[in-house]
Design a protein around this ligand. Sequence first.
Ligand SMILES: [Zn+2]
Length: 240
Amino acid sequence: MSSDRRPPISRRAFLGRAGAATGGALLGGELLGAVDARAAYARPSTPDAALRALVEGNRRYRRGRWERRDYSPVGERRAVAQKPFAAILACADSRVSPPLVFDVERGNLFAAHVAGNSIDTGTLGSLEYSIAVLGVHAIVVLGHSDCGAVKSAIEVAEGRKTYPASKYGSIGEVVAAVVPAIEGLAPPARTLEHSIVANARRQAALLAGSGPIILAAIAAGQLRVVAAVYEIASGIVKIV
Ligand SMILES: [Zn+2]
């Protein structure tokens, strides 16, 4: 059952095969071997199953009934492989921990973090890698309550704050990636809550429209991209 009995497949070789398939039919991760035998559950193999696993994991988290926590060193055999079934685009906020929030063991959940959970070269390329090479079946763009990046973007959208590079370095660019979502709301609707939802939805839409890897995976039925918001106080993750 473990991948270490199979011949290794290089990233180049895998991409070559995936690229030769029409419609990205080989974008699934089956070529890379199965999950570790110690995993307590079967790896979700469809987008719906992947999302269901995350929803169920969040339910356990909210109830304090974690199942898959094992933070000990994994040993050399497991250290050379990962088999994530889903990916999260999360804020860099220190209170947001996807493996904890979804009760998913190491090696099963890929995560890209940037303040404001927005699409940039780093997060997009990371997520594309998780699809093309690791075969994830779902991406959750995870906004969260009390998001400082969204608060700053609201101030920028309303002309109350600027972030000149001479003083703020690259902070302004991170905030700027969130601003269009706020500008898309009518001024009375620019509450923090609405803005967090609007930003998660916009980033998910941008992601879902990105070619060539993501568009092909969605068209092949191998991937779903959804927006969600994590309520820090209650632990609830809501698909939005
Ligand atoms: Zn945040």
